[in-house]
Design a protein around this ligand. Structure first.
Ligand SMILES: *Cc1c(COP(=O)(O)O)cnc(C)c1O
Length: 377
C-alpha cells in the first residue's frame, strides 16, 4: 500500500531524544526547546518564537493575547481545520466564515471587508497547502479597521509571501508539527510573535500563568502566579525530535518540492486535456510542497477516482467538511455572503500521497494510475 502520509523521520531524532533523557531534562523549556525557538527566530526573522504543544494551542494562545472576548467576531475561511475556529469559540467569539478563492483555496481577500461589523476583532487567514493568502490586502484591511491578524500557518513552514516567511506577516502566526505536517514532533506547534510587547505575556500564559520563564533566566528570585494561563509548552522529548528535523530543514523541503514538481509535470497533460485541475501558486508565493492535490469534475468523479486508486493500493484523501456546514459550525458561527466556491471546490479536491522520502517511482505510479482512470496514457 502506498500511504498517503509517512511521518517524517530524517536523521538524529533518536540520538537527540536519548541526549535529553541522559541530561535528566525531559520537561519543557530545556536546551532542545530553546534551540528550536532560536532556529525559528533566525530562519523567519520573527521577534519571538515559542514552541507549543500543538498549532491548536498556539492559536488559543494567540486568541488570549489578542484579548478576544465573548461576542467578538473573527473572520476566517470555512474551508479549514476545526482548530482555526475552536480557538476563538473557546473565548466565546463568533467565527464569521467568508468564501474562498477557487484557485488557491484560500480566503478571498476581496470578500473580507464586507463581512466586518463593529464586533469584528480579528482576521484569521489560513495558508492552504503552504500557499500564502493575499497578505498585503489583508493587512491593509486590518489596519483600516484596527483588527488583529492571526495567521494559521499550520501548513506554512518554509513557505513565504513576497520574501516574508508565512507566520511572520500578521500579528501572530501559528505552526503545526503534527505528524502529517512537513516537519514534526508527533504533536506540537509554535507561536510566532511579530511585536515584542506580547512576548512576556505570551511566556506567562504558556507557563500556567506564572513568570517561571523569567525565573529560569535568572531575572527574578522566585516565580509566582501572575496572570491567567495554561500549559502550552511541549516536553523536551518532542522538542528533541523536532530539533533533529530542523537540522535537515532544507533537505526535507527540497525532497518534497521534487515530488511536487514531478506530479505537476506528469499530470499536466490531463490538465491540458481539461480532465483535472492542478494547484495554482501565485507569483509572489514560494510554497513548501505541503500537499499535492488535484481537482476532479465533481464529487462523484472524485469518489470514483479515490476508489480506483485504493484498488491499485494508493491512498488518496480529501478533508475539511466546510466548517459552516458542520454541526458545531452551525451552532457557533455564521457564513457571510454566498458560498459560491467553498462547498463546490472542497468536494472536487483529492490529495495525493506526499511525504519526505516519497520515491520517484511511486509518484510515477500514482500519475500513471490517474491517467489510466481517465483513459489517457
Ligand atoms: C494541522 C492543522 C491545524 C492543527 O494543528 P495541530 O498541531 O494538530 O493542532 C490547524 N490548522 C490547519 C490549517 C492545519 O492544517
Amino acid at each position: 500500500m502506498l500511504y498517503f502520509n509517512v511521518p517524517p523521520h530524517v536523521g538524529r531524532e533518536l540520538d537527540y531524544i536519548k541526549e535529553a533523557v541522559e541530561k535528566h531534562k525531559i520537561c519543557g523549556d530545556g536546551e532542545f526547546t530553546k534551540r528550536c525557538n532560536a532556529w525559528f527566530e533566525k530562519q523567519t526573522g520573527t521577534k519571538k518564537c515559542l514552541l507549543t504543544t500543538s498549532c491548536t494551542h498556539a492559536t488559543e494562545l494567540a486568541a488570549l493575547l489578542a484579548d478576544i472576548k465573548p461576542g467578538d467576531e473573527v473572520i476566517m475561511p470555512s474551508y479549514t481545520f476545526v482548530s482555526t475556529a475552536n480557538a476563538f469559540v473557546l473565548r466565546g467569539a463568533i467565527p464569521v466564515f467568508v468564501d474562498i478563492r477557487p484557485d488557491t483555496m484560500n480566503i478571498d481577500e476581496n470578500l473580507i471587508e464586507a463581512a466586518i461589523t463593529e464586533k469584528t476583532k480579528a482576521i484569521v487567514p489560513v495558508h492552504y497547502a503552504g500557499v500564502s493568502c493575499e497578505m498585503d490586502k489583508i493587512l491593509e484591511i486590518a489596519e483600516k479597521y484596527n483588527l488583529v491578524v492571526i495567521e494559521d500557518a499550520a501548513q506554512g513552514m518554509m513557505a513565504s509571501y513576497k520574501g516574508k516567511a508565512l507566520g511572520t506577516i500578521g500579528d501572530f502566526g501559528c505552526y503545526s508539527f503534527h505528524e502529517t505536517k512537513n516537519y514534526s514532533m508527533g504533536e506540537g506547534g509554535a507561536l510566532l510573535i511579530r511585536d515584542e510587547k506580547y512576548a512576556e505575556e505570551a511566556e506567562i500564559i504558556r507557563e500556567k500563568g506564572t513568570n517561571r520563564s523569567k525565573y529560569y533566566r535568572g531575572q527574578i528570585d522566585k516565580y509566582t502566579w501572575v496572570n491567567y494561563g495554561s500549559s502550552y509548552l511541549p516536553s523536551e522529548l518532542n522538542a528533541a525530535y523536532l530539533a533533529a528535523q530542523l537540522d535537515m530543514a532544507e533537505e526535507v523541503n527540497e525532497d518534497r518540492l521534487k515530488s511536487w514538481r514531478l506530479y505537476y509535470e506528469l499530470l499536466t497533460p490531463l490538465k491540458e486535456a481539461g480532465k483535472i485541475e492542478l494547484p495554482y501558486v501565485p507569483e509572489e508565493c514560494v510554497h513548501n510542497a505541503h500537499m499535492f492535490y488535484i481537482k476532479t469534475k465533481d464529487i462523484e468523479e472524485r469518489t470514483a477516482l479515490k476508489t480506483y486508486l485504493e484498488e491499485q493500493d494508493i491512498m488518496a484523501v480529501f478533508h475539511y467538511i466546510p466548517l459552516h456546514s458542520s454541526q458545531a459550525g452551525k451552532k457557533f458561527g455564521r457564513f457571510h455572503g454566498e458560498d459560491k466556491y467553498t462547498t463546490r471546490e472542497s468536494e472536487r479536491l483529492l490529495r495525493l500521497p506526499m511525504y519526505y522520502g516519497l520515491k520517484e517511482t511511486d509518484v510515477q505510479y500514482v500519475a500513471k494510475t490517474i491517467k489510466n482512470f481517465y483513459g489517457a496514457n
